[in-house]
Design a protein around this ligand. Structure first.
Ligand code: NAP
Ligand code: GLV
Ligand code: GLV
Length: 339
């Protein structure tokens, strides 16, 4: 067999991309914008593998078309894979891989950037200086200008205590001496709890006690809308909510109300229920929310290594081995790895 054919839905950063182009007969979508669904649907009829992004909708219809031809693997350039119908892929014997771990620290750092920005009004204060308002105020320093919340010794609540949740907890515990509460499906090992000064609690207790609440669960049918009006009303009026997981985990209209009416103090958002998010949504009028455009893993370090992870997953599959970051482990019983 010649080189396996793959369709790559965007050019990926870093040196591993060159290697990908050498090892595979690759067609790369050249645009900045995502290829339309119909384009991917056509492409999967003619390839052995697909490299997808979280913006690509890889549904059962598309996977079935691919499976009718020769599609055998979807190698996703992200850790989250809620855009892929994984169950359907498994049924069809299609391998699905992701890029866990290499983006953990970058995403945790961005989470802290949002926590600090929200807690200390960084964006509002920047605008105040730039717009000339500070200059016009004729007051260089004022005892009550942009009063925020100190983090030292406060309580950090982590929803979803996986790789990123634990990294955020570590920075909070070690860097800011914070007490950590966490909620997850399962309790973490004792050593992890001790190392991170973390206590396993119910979601309700976490929301009632935490000064900072940070979301790190994947988007699944169970986590969709997990934080709505009821949950937001449980939080402290001084609390900050940060979401760097997936937008649909939070009910954005309830959050808008919570920020407007002061049920909570501030929020930091990297992710939105639809992306790109329309600037005319009412939440965008509020100055107690800091927003960035889904850049959690956007460092050269993380993005380069994510490209290498995509490559490693495809190369392992090519060698007939189980890819290191296989999402649907049960697929192995359906079909042996290999093109
Ligand atoms: P992870 O290690 O799998 O952590 C997720 C944690 O959430 C796991 O402990 C998981 O438990 C738990 N969980 C799953 N369903 C739950 C539920 N219904 N209730 C409570 N806990 C639940 O994943 P990760 O690498 O930390 O990534 C987490 C998510 O962050 C990704 O899925 C992705 O959506 C998002 N992300 C965003 C960015 C960004 O750019 N903003 C970057 C990277 C990742 P189990 O282990 O039992 O499933
Ligand atoms: C980014 O959001 C990812 O899931 O990797
Ligand atoms: C602030 O700049 C201080 O010196 O307290």
């Amino acid at each position: 067999m010649g080189k396996p054919k793959i369709f790559v839905t965007r050019k990926l950063p870093g040196p591993c991309f060159e290697r990908l182009l050498q090892e595979f007969d690759a067609e790369v979508w050249p645009e900045w914008q995502a290829p339309p669904y119909e384009v991917i649907l056509e492409k999967v009829k003619n390839v052995d593998g697909l490299v997808s992004l979280l913006t690509d909708k890889i549904d059962c219809n598309l996977l079935s078309e691919g499976a009718k031809h020769s599609l055998k693997i979807v190698s996703q350039y992200a850790v989250g894979y809620d855009n892929i119908d994984v169950e359907c892929a498994t049924r069809l014997g299609i391998y699905v891989t992701n890029t866990p771990g290499v983006l953990t620290e970058s995403t945790a750092e961005l989470t802290w950037a949002l926590i600090l920005a929200a807690a200390r009004h960084i964006v509002r204060a920047d605008k105040y200086v730039r717009s000339g308002e500070w200059y016009r105020s004729k007051t260089g320093w004022h005892p009550e200008l942009f009063l925020g919340m100190e983090l030292q010794g406060k309580t950090l609540g982590i929803i979803g205590f996986g790789r990123i949740g634990r990294a955020v907890a570590r920075i909070g515990a070690k860097g800011f001496g914070m007490k950590v509460l966490y909620y997850d499906r399962y309790r973490a090992p004792k050593e992890v709890e001790e190392e991170l000064n973390a206590k396993y609690v119910s979601l309700e207790e976490l929301l009632r006690e935490a000064d900072i609440v940070s979301i790190h669960v994947p988007l699944t049918p169970e986590t969709k809308g997990m934080i709505g009006e009821k949950e937001l009303r449980m939080m402290k009026p001084t609390a900050v909510l940060v979401n760097t997981a997936r937008g649909a985990v939070v009910d954005i209209d309830a959050l808008t109300k919570a920020l407007k009416e002061g049920w909570i103090a501030a929020a930091g958002l990297d992710v939105f229920p639809v992306e790109p998010f329309p600037p005319d949504h009412p939440i965008m009028k509020l100055d107690n929310v800091v927003v960035v455009p889904h850049i959690g893993s956007a460092t050269r370090e993380a993005r380069y290594q994510m490209t290498c992870a995509v490559l490693e997953n495809l190369l392992a599959f090519k060698r007939g081995e189980v890819p290191p970051n296989l999402v649907n482990k049960e697929v192995v019983e359906k079909r042996k790895p290999g093109f």
